[in-house]
Write a new protein. Structure first.
Length: 282
């Protein structure tokens, strides 16, 4: 090897070694906690929106560990050009748990492109009902949604209407979400209520402003406190590029407080209640 080649390989090796040490030496977080008897389980797969990625999500596997399950470790299942799959993304310690709200503190990992200059940043953690959470560091925020496809995922029981903004993952779009506005209307003067999902962001087939689905409900929708689901029948629209040849397909809705599925012969749409829509496009 030439001297220049040897020096280059040595430099690259040092960068990789430093990065490995930085990640393997997981940060230590405070241990003082105010914990009630209520425990909320976070284990499983989550869909995570990192700053600057818009509506493109990543999957993160969250493990709850420690003597009392007070430490959360999030490892990337899918990655990006800065922090790749397989790397620990954040380590948190829970500091307060109530039946509805959980808070914590810890560190979140950031890096430059190619996983260079990895850096652990102090952060705070806030979660609602174990199904939606935020990690905040500096002026940035990570939004997390419990992944319905996870074997460990559980329904979040809480009485609430289904009206509002939801993040929808359509078949074939992998981890790119669309924002849907769900509104409840009277069904042409009948006793049934009509739940209408309208696209706020769209795609090449069904653009923004178009109705994506309609579901008939026999009464005002509520998710019971025991975690049971609202179920109902309706229709979902598909189309070719440019909204040509639109077609309605029969679909079945299963919805809870913070997540829902709409299943038809063209696949399953998975929806997550969008608690913080204003931050998702930042």
């Amino acid at each position: 090897l030439t001297d220049s080649t040897h020096q280059m390989k040595l430099a690259v090796g040092c960068v990789v070694l430093v990065a490995a040490i930085a990640v393997s030496a997981l940060p230590v977080v405070v241990e003082n906690s105010s914990i009630s008897d209520t425990k909320i389980v976070f284990d499983g797969s989550w869909l995570v929106f990192y700053p600057g990625q818009g509506l493109h999500a990543e999957r993160v596997d969250l493990v709850q560990q420690g003597p009392e399950g007070l430490q959360l470790v999030g490892t990337k299942v899918t990655g990006d050009d800065k922090v790749p799959a397989g790397q620990v993304s954040f380590v948190l310690t829970l500091t307060f748990i109530s039946p509805v709200h959980v808070t914590g503190v810890g560190r979140v990992l950031t890096a430059d492109e190619g996983f260079t200059s990895p850096l652990w940043n102090n952060c705070t953690f806030s979660a609602v009902l174990g199904c939606h959470a935020h990690i905040s560091y500096g002026k940035k925020q990570i939004s997390m949604y419990r992944d319905i496809f996870s074997q460990n995922a559980r329904e979040c029981g809480h009485e609430s209407d289904l009206d509002g903004d939801w993040l929808a993952f359509y078949p074939g779009q992998d981890l790119v979400a669309e924002r849907i506005s769900v509104t409840e209307k009277e069904h042409r003067g009948h006793k049934k209520h009509l739940l209408v999902g309208t696209k706020m962001t769209g795609d090449v087939d069904v653009p923004a402003g178009r109705v994506s689905f309609e579901v008939s409900l026999s009464k005002k929708p509520h998710a019971a406190n025991n975690g049971s689901l609202v179920t109902a029948s309706g229709h979902i629209v598909t189309a070719d590029a440019g909204y040509t040849r639109p077609m309605w397909h029969k679909a079945e809705l299963a919805a809870g407080f913070c997540r829902a599925t709409l299943t038809s012969d063209v696949g399953t749409v998975t929806l997550f209640r969008d608690f913080d829509s204003s931050s998702m496009l930042s």
